[in-house]
Design a protein around this ligand. Structure first.
Ligand code: ZN
Length: 88
C-alpha cells in the first residue's frame, strides 16, 4: 500500500477537484471510484498503521506507487465517513 502524505497527495487533490469522480461506498474503508475519462471503476481501499494513512488503488498509477485521484476521492469519502462516526 502507498503511504499518503501531504506531499504526495497534492497533485492528485488538484486532479480530483477538476475531475470530480463519483465515489461509491463498498464496505468499511473500501470504495469504488468511477474514472472521469472512461467507463472504468477502480476499487480503492485504505488502512491506518502506526498512525500512518495507507491507500491502494487498482489503476496503473497506483501500481507504480503513485497517488492517483481515485485514491484521493476515496480518501475524502473515507474521512467524511469516519468523521460522521465520531459525531454519532
Ligand atoms: Zn487510481
Amino acid at each position: 500500500m502507498i503511504r499518503l502524505t501531504t506531499e504526495n497527495t497534492t497533485k492528485a487533490i488538484e486532479r480530483c477537484k477538476q475531475l470530480k469522480p463519483k465515489v461509491r461506498f463498498i464496505q468499511e474503508r473500501q470504495f469504488a471510484v468511477s474514472s472521469a475519462n472512461n467507463a472504468n471503476v477502480y476499487h480503492v481501499r485504505f488502512d491506518v498503521r502506526n498512525g500512518e494513512k495507507l491507500g491502494q488503488c487498482e489503476c496503473k498509477a497506483s501500481e507504480r506507487g503513485l497517488v492517483c485521484y481515485h485514491l484521493v476521492a476515496g480518501a475524502t469519502a473515507n474521512i467524511y465517513r469516519q468523521s460522521l462516526k465520531q459525531i454519532h
